[in-house]
Design a protein around this ligand. Structure first.
Ligand code: ADP
Ligand code: ZN
Length: 675
């Protein structure tokens, strides 16, 4: 049984890593009483209740009745016959064990017992025995008084209903605790409506400051104001201004949203409630709303303070447009309660709500209205300079060789978010430790980057030479197509070192600073992505499953071009973009359009395939050369490619000269691995 005092949702609990572990003395607990009672019950049941020896009817009849040694028989509950012997018979040798067994007072009997199947049968048997006896001993009359009694076994009967009851109770407690969110004692049953926020206050204050948050300069400036609000609210309210109630931190995962929110609390020195949007969501109707109420009640007590709701989209998704799915009432109630609470408190109270999401587009519009999350602070993946800053933060606690250079690391980690950079630093330390190094050197970091991108290098993963050839040509196909097509992101690195479970090779690209793509650019990107499969087709005349990931991507792109970006002449300038799932399962277009879309997507992909094929056939000698070199070297960088293929016919990216203009790709884009 779990100790109810180790409720891990409250501050200062025993699971808190910051608190030294005090050896726990088992505290008094009502469960113990239940346990003790149960043990006593079972003990009583098991205790020997009498000293009678079990025997059989045959024994009784042949040994005792025929010797006329039975004084009386008692039938208990119509199922057990207890035999009491005559006192004088007990002295006989054959009843030695009866005498030995008998404790004080029990020599009176009963001395033996046996089970009877049926009372009538027993009576008949007894009568037969009597007749038999009288036949054998003429002149003697056998008299055995038979008594019928009914003993109620109170204990047993009570057990009959207590055990199921206890089982039921146990099940209920278990269920409640599950729903109450993991550990916690019986008190959890009554805590289900309590907020599950983790509180950092005076005892375990947030120690994160802006110094720990690298990069994110614009976000810091905006959020600095919030710190100022919390520190001197007067300054703003005196002028009649209203302090904002909340700010929404928008950005992809791992970019430091939680970190930033914590830093705000750390800088302002106020209590910090941290929870995730999914913490509100529960099976029971009304629980979410009651948790919201409880959260705000606690926050008001601790004001000034900060509430941080991570992944607010779990509760904040747009309400009730989707009739088909239904059953979202509970989430809607929770959201409504959140909105009500946000409206309900006045701003000079000093409670500021920060929330994080990476999908602001699916949030309910009501959440974004003034008076609620009226500020949106966008937190993007770090650029080159930002990555270098983040590396500096995370390199600080590590033992480094002199050759480790954060700026060079930053160039090699295009598209990484802060969390991934932190991960790289940690991996590098682990890799260096595995090699028993004194200090972590640049090679360890490079290995760590590769590992984070593609999983662990599998030195001994067995790949047949034929497979390796296919992989080399596949990746070379991507590289060549990318090199000679306009507007495609330049390649940084091609590798055919097998990694992880599935990735056999990958090509990493450096995306440019670009937000808008033309039709031609989209097509070229698709061609580049198809390059792998086309190369296999041209060189080997057959294709492999290695292009699955590529095909998935181009299918998505092609459908997006036709149905979202209006880039298809036949389908025209329409967009069926449905971020909020407004259409549900119904399509906003006819069957005919649907067919047209499918045909157009196919045509588009065919067109790109042919275009890539023409290009690669034209550059076939380069393709062969590159693949052969790749087979020997396994990893090629951009400058190697420039040597082999000549300079790119288009402008080289200027990312090295102007680091701030580079925009980061998602890690997935960076991976582009062949599955
Ligand atoms: P999010 O909440 O955006 O998903 P987190 O704030 O939880 O991301 O970030 C996860 C980890 O990544 C942090 O604990 C930190 O170690 C690291 N990190 C992310 N961004 C930064 C940054 N800008 N500076 C320093 N570390 C960062
Ligand atoms: Zn591929």
């Amino acid at each position: 049984m779990t100790n109810p005092n180790s409720n891990d949702l409250r501050p200062g609990n025993s699971n808190d890593p910051k608190k030294p572990k005090v050896p726990q003395i088992p505290k008094f607990n009502f469960y113990w009483i239940y346990g003790i009672i149960l043990v006593i019950f079972i003990g009583l049941q098991l205790l020997p209740r009498d000293t009678a020896i079990r025997t059989t009817w045959f024994q009784v009849q042949s040994d005792m009745i025929m010797a006329n040694e039975v004084k009386a028989i008692t039938v208990v509950n119509k199922e057990r016959a207890e035999v009491t012997l005559k006192p004088e018979a007990l002295n006989a040798d054959k009843y030695k064990d009866v005498k030995e067994r008998s404790v004080l007072g029990s020599e009176k009997g009963p001395h033996y017992y046996f089970e009877i199947g049926d009372v009538k049968q027993f009576n008949d048997d007894l009568l037969a025995a009597k007749t038999e006896f009288e036949k054998r001993n003429p002149g003697q009359i056998l008299q055995i008084p038979v008594e019928y009694v009914t003993h109620r076994n109170v204990l047993g009967e009570m057990l009959n209903w207590i055990v199921p009851l206890l089982l039921l109770l146990g099940l209920w407690i278990l269920l409640m605790r599950r729903m109450g969110g993991g550990a916690g004692g019986g008190a959890q049953i009554f805590n289900i409506g309590k907020s599950k926020a983790q509180l950092f206050d005076k005892e375990n204050l947030v120690k994160v400051t802006f110094k720990d948050v690298a990069g994110l300069d614009e976000a810091k400036v905006e959020i600095m104001e919030i710190v100022d609000f919390l520190k001197n609210p007067r300054k703003y309210t005196n002028l009649g201004g209203k302090i904002p109630k909340g700010a929404l931190l928008v950005g992809p995962p791992g970019t430091g949203k939680t970190l930033l929110a914590k830093a705000v609390a750390g800088e302002a020195g106020v209590p910090f409630f941290s929870l995730s949007g999914s913490d509100f969501v529960e099976m029971f109707v009304g629980v979410g709303a009651s948790r919201v109420r409880d959260l705000f009640r606690q926050a008001k007590e601790k004001a000034p303070c900060i509430i941080f709701i991570d992944e607010i989209d779990a509760v904040g998704r747009a309400r009730g447009r989707n009739v088909v799915q239904g059953g979202n009432d509970e989430r809607e109630n929770t959201l409504n309660q959140l909105l009500t609470e946000m409206d309900g408190f006045s701003t000079d109270l000093g409670v500021i709500i920060l929330a994080a999401t990476n999908r602001p587009d699916i949030l309910d519009a009501a959440l974004l209205r003034p008076g609620r999350f009226d500020r949106q602070i966008s937190i993007d993946k770090p650029d080159l300079a930002g990555r270098s800053e983040i590396f500096k933060v995370h390199l600080k606690p590590l033992k480094l060789n002199e050759d480790v250079n954060p700026d060079r690391l930053a160039t090699q980690t295009a598209g990484f978010a802060g969390a991934e950079i932190a991960n790289v630093c940690n991996e590098a330390a682990l890799i260096a430790a595995r090699k028993n190094k004194e200090r972590i050197d640049m090679q360890d970091f490079q290995d760590a980057v590769d590992r984070v991108i593609g999983g662990l290098e599998k030195k001994n993963k067995i790949i047949s030479p034929e497979e390796k050839q296919i992989i080399a040509y596949h990746e070379s196909g991507h590289a060549i197509a990318g090199w000679f097509l306009k507007d495609v992101d330049p390649l940084v690195k091609v590798s055919i070192v097998p990694r992880g479970v599935a990735a056999l090779g990958y090509a990493q690209y450096l995306p440019k600073d670009q937000y808008l793509y033309t039709t031609e650019q989209m097509e070229n990107i698709m061609c580049m992505t198809l390059g792998g499969r086309v190369a296999e087709d041209i060189i080997f005349g057959r294709i492999s499953t290695g292009a699955q990931n590529d095909l998935e991507r181009i299918t998505k792109m092609a459908y997006a071009m036709v149905t979202i970006y209006g880039m298809n002449n036949k389908v025209g300038n329409v967009s069926f973009y449905d971020a909020q799932n407004e259409y549900g399962f119904t399509k906003p277009y006819s069957e005919k359009t649907s067919e047209m879309i499918d045909v157009e997507v196919r045509n588009l992909i065919d067109y790109c395939y042919q275009k890539t094929k023409t290009l690669l056939i034209e550059k076939r000698d380069k393709l062969e050369e590159l693949a052969q070199i790749l087979l020997k070297r396994e990893i090629l960088f951009q400058h190697d490619l420039a040597e082999i293929l000549g300079n790119r016919p288009f402008d080289l990216p200027k990312h090295e000269e102007s680091p701030n203009t580079e925009v980061a790709p998602t890690l997935d884009e960076a991976k582009n691995e062949i599955a």
